[in-house]
Design a protein around this ligand. Structure first.
Ligand SMILES: [Zn+2]
Length: 111
C-alpha cells in the first residue's frame, strides 16, 4: 500500500506529529520555566545588540538592560562562546563599549 496521500509522504507526516507531541516545550533560557517566550537581547538593543535568545516575559522585564542581573550573568558564564558571538555582532556606534565597562563586563585597561 502506498504511503503517498495528496503528494505527501504521510508516514513521514505522522512521524513528524510524534516529534511535535513528544518534544519538550521550549524553556526560558534564564529561569527554565515553560512559559510563553519573548526575544531577549543579551547585549541590550539600546547599546547596539542585534542577536537574541528566548526568555519568558517576567525574566525579560526583570533584567531590562542590566549587565549585573543574576540570571543574565549565570547565562553568559555558562555560554561564553554565545556571549562572545553576541558582543561581536553588536553595533559599535551605540555606546556598546561604555555599557560593557559600566556594567563590569569588561575592564578598561589600566592607565
Ligand atoms: Zn524566565
Amino acid at each position: 500500500m502506498s504511503t503517498e496521500w495528496w503528494g505527501l509522504d504521510w508516514r513521514a507526516l505522522v512521524e513528524s506529529f510524534d516529534t511535535i507531541v513528544i518534544s519538550p516545550p521550549p524553556l526560558c533560557a534564564y529561569c527554565g520555566k515553560a512559559r510563553r517566550l519573548t526575544k531577549e537581547h543579551l547585549v541590550p538593543k539600546s547599546v547596539g545588540g542585534t542577536l537574541t535568545i528566548r526568555v519568558c516575559r517576567p525574566c525579560n522585564q526583570a533584567r531590562g538592560a542590566s549587565g549585573t542581573h543574576d540570571s543574565f550573568r549565570a547565562y553568559i558564564r555558562a555560554h561564553p562562546g554565545e556571549w562572545s558571538r553576541h558582543v561581536k555582532a553588536a553595533r559599535r556606534d551605540k555606546g556598546l563599549f561604555k555599557w560593557l565597562v559600566s556594567e563590569g563586563l569588561i575592564h578598561a585597561p589600566p592607565m
